[in-house]
Design a protein around this ligand. Structure first.
Ligand code: HEM
Length: 322
């Protein structure tokens, strides 16, 4: 009986969540701030022209927002013990200054209209399209509202850590409505961006009591990483995809996974089950559908747990509740 009650409650929550996401629309600002979305693109373009590395940073910021309390801008809030100080976010997330700049300009254009959650969702897409070119593009439905709470503890349990195994990844993504294939596709974003040495120090120097270096790392790759990240170095930033000199958008991530040339155990884990390995190999084939699948998965990500209608608020400043 209690189990049936719980199932019914979960069903109601699922229905409410999907009806909120159904209220999003690409035309949401057509009457209230028609030039808003173009303004976001313009401001983001200026930042990315100056520093391309901000594009992956904004993509990750959006992911970390959506996985914790839904895409409600909660990752942007400066609250005590908020998401910003969670293990996976502190001294790691970048790009807040871009969102703040966009917000200031949007408030001048249409005060109190565009939510920080929408700005973040648009900025992630616009930045990545600017960086990657026409190979990448996804639809961003709009009308999200901003949350008023942010908890580090929730981020700590919802965000995947770099040492996660396949089952852990599957279950963290499935908790947000994603299939295993979508999880593997979204992980392909590690074809761009930067990581701190601390995320793979253990793999290089302290793997186990008997083996110093993770044997899953290809030998020359491990040696190259050790040159960039000395023992104990936690702060140096290295390129996520070491196989190319310029960060470009492609599906090279999957060949890196297969060759043992990825930074995190969570990346390596994708090929460690029959199911995962089949997906990685499929995405690694010539003519891979990776970018199209990635785009579809990003639109889906942007709908996770959104607040619409009269829920939440439109923050005046993205780091503060009104
Ligand atoms: C599958 C589980 C995932 C794990 C365990 C993971 C973990 C990490 C870690 C540890 C970093 C390095 C952060 C730092 O050192 O500051 C990172 C970077 C990054 N991640 Fe993930 N991530 C995952 C999935 C995703 C997804 C789904 C996306 C996007 C949709 C994403 C996008 C990125 C990007 C773009 C970067 C580079 C950020 C930058 O350059 O600042 N990751 N990830």
């Amino acid at each position: 009986m209690a189990a049936r009650g719980l199932t019914a409650t979960l069903l109601i929550f699922a229905l409410l969540a999907s009806s909120a996401s159904a209220q999003l629309s690409e035309r949401f600002y057509n009457s209230t701030c028609p030039s808003g979305p173009a303004k976001v693109a313009e401001v983001v373009r200026t930042w990315i022209t100056r520093d391309r590395t901000l594009a992956p940073a904004l993509l990750r910021l959006h992911f970390h927002d959506c996985f914790v309390r839904g895409c409600d801008g909660s990752v942007l809030l400066d609250t005590v013990n908020g998401e910003k100080v969670a293990a996976g976010n502190i001294n790691s997330l970048r790009g807040f200054e871009v969102i703040d700049d966009v917000k200031t300009k949007l408030e001048a254009l249409c005060p109190g209209r565009m939510s920080c959650a929408d700005i973040l969702s648009l900025a992630a897409r616009d930045a990545m399209v600017q960086m990657a070119g026409p190979i990448l593009n996804w639809t961003v439905p709009l009308g999200r509202r901003d949350g008023v709470s942010s908890f580090a503890s929730e981020a700590n349990s919802a965000l995947p850590p770099p040492f996660a195994n396949f089952q852990q990844l599957v279950s963290l993504f499935s908790a947000k409505g994603f299939t295993t294939r979508e999880m593997v596709v979204l992980s392909g974003s590690h074809t761009v961006g930067l990581s701190h040495c601390r995320n793979f120090q253990t793999r290089l120097y302290n793997f186990s009591a008997t083996v110093a270096t993770d044997p899953a790392l290809e030998a020359s790759f491990a040696a190259a990483l050790k040159r960039q990240c000395k023992f104990g170095d936690t702060t140096t930033l290295v390129k996520m995809d070491q196989s190319k000199s310029v960060d470009t958008w492609d599906f090279s991530y999957y060949s890196n996974v297969l060759r043992g040339k990825v930074l995190f155990q969570s990346d390596d884990a994708l090929k460690r089950t029959t199911e995962g390995s089949k997906i990685v190999q499929a995405l690694n084939r010539a003519g891979s559908s990776f970018s199209a699948e990635f785009s579809a998965a990003m639109t889906k990500l942007s709908r996770v747990g959104v607040l619409t209608g009269t829920s939440g608020q439109i923050r005046r400043k993205c780091n503060l509740v009104n």
